[in-house]
Design a protein around this ligand. Structure first.
Ligand SMILES: [Zn+2]
Ligand SMILES: [Zn+2]
Length: 269
């Protein structure tokens, strides 16, 4: 048994494979619950200001087709159980537009993800020059503050890849333990879940998002967790479930959450 609460499809412009191929891969691998969480279309203002942004998310015109396709697959598929989710960028200047887009469909689960600091998509491998010459302690403070503020909007069920800023190993000289602590406490107070995202294992940082120390802090604070592969091709569906489950158990978790119609349910590990 495994669960994958975070996969993309070719619709977002930078992933490969149609939704049906992800379902087939999930079935082959014994994934029992599969949530599609493709990228919510970005606001027109972001697309206009950032020439890179067109490849970060599906175009607005695709959203109704995406919703219809996943709902149709869900209705025709017994195993795996297919859920309709979405991954929304947290963009503080565009919260109303995000809220309207999220209300346009009856999603099972909404991931909230910080990929942007101001107008810089800091996880884009083509834009790592943005880290050069930065005060990394200040950068990480800003990043975690934004993750907490995102959680506090109430727009999202699950905070995606909660320490994504480590992707290219630009770590703060002051260390992360204190930041894990206050961030975990604010996330707990906000009442969101957080995901263990196994894509970090496939990136230069070579570890799960969140790190083991952050996961322990989340557990101490009482934050519930989900698990997702962040697959961008069918071959990545369900990737590293065993590692994620082992990390969760080692941090003290005995269950993870699944969301249906935005309502969480605990599933034992
Ligand atoms: Zn993401
Ligand atoms: Zn993703």
């Amino acid at each position: 048994m495994s669960i994958d609460m975070h996969v993309h499809t070719a619709r977002c412009g930078h992933a490969r494979g149609a939704a049906a191929e992800y379902v087939a891969a999930a079935r082959e691998r014994g994934v029992s619950i599969l949530a599609f969480t493709d990228h919510l279309p970005l606001p027109a203002a972001v697309l206009a200001a950032d020439p890179h942004a067109a490849s970060y998310a599906m175009p607005a015109s695709e959203l109704p087709d995406y919703v219809a396709e996943i709902r149709d697959l869900a209705s025709r598929t017994a195993a795996p159980e297919v859920l309709l989710g979405i991954e929304a960028d947290h963009l503080p200047a565009h919260l109303e537009e995000t809220e309207r887009a999220l209300a346009s469909a009856d999603f099972d689960v909404v991931l909230g993800s910080v990929h942007y600091l101001d107008d810089w998509a800091f996880d884009d491998p083509d834009r790592t020059d943005g880290y050069e010459g930065r005060d990394l302690d200040a950068l990480w403070d800003r990043y975690f503050t934004l993750v907490c503020e995102a959680a506090e909007t109430g727009l999202y069920d699950v905070m995606g890849h909660p320490d994504l800023m480590k992707k290219f190993n630009f770590l703060p000289p002051g260390g992360l333990d204190e930041r894990y602590q206050w961030c975990a406490e604010r996330l707990a107070a906000a009442g969101v879940a957080v995901e263990v995202n196994t894509a970090g294992l496939r990136k230069p940082c070579r570890e799960l998002y969140p790190s083991m120390a952050f996961l322990r802090a989340l557990n101490r604070a009482g934050v519930p967790m989900t698990v997702g592969s962040d697959a961008h091709r069918p071959g990545e569906v369900g990737a590293a479930w065993d590692e994620a489950a082992a990390a969760l158990r080692s941090a003290g978790y005995q269950s993870v959450l699944v969301f249906r119609k935005r309502v969480p349910e605990e599933v034992g590990l």
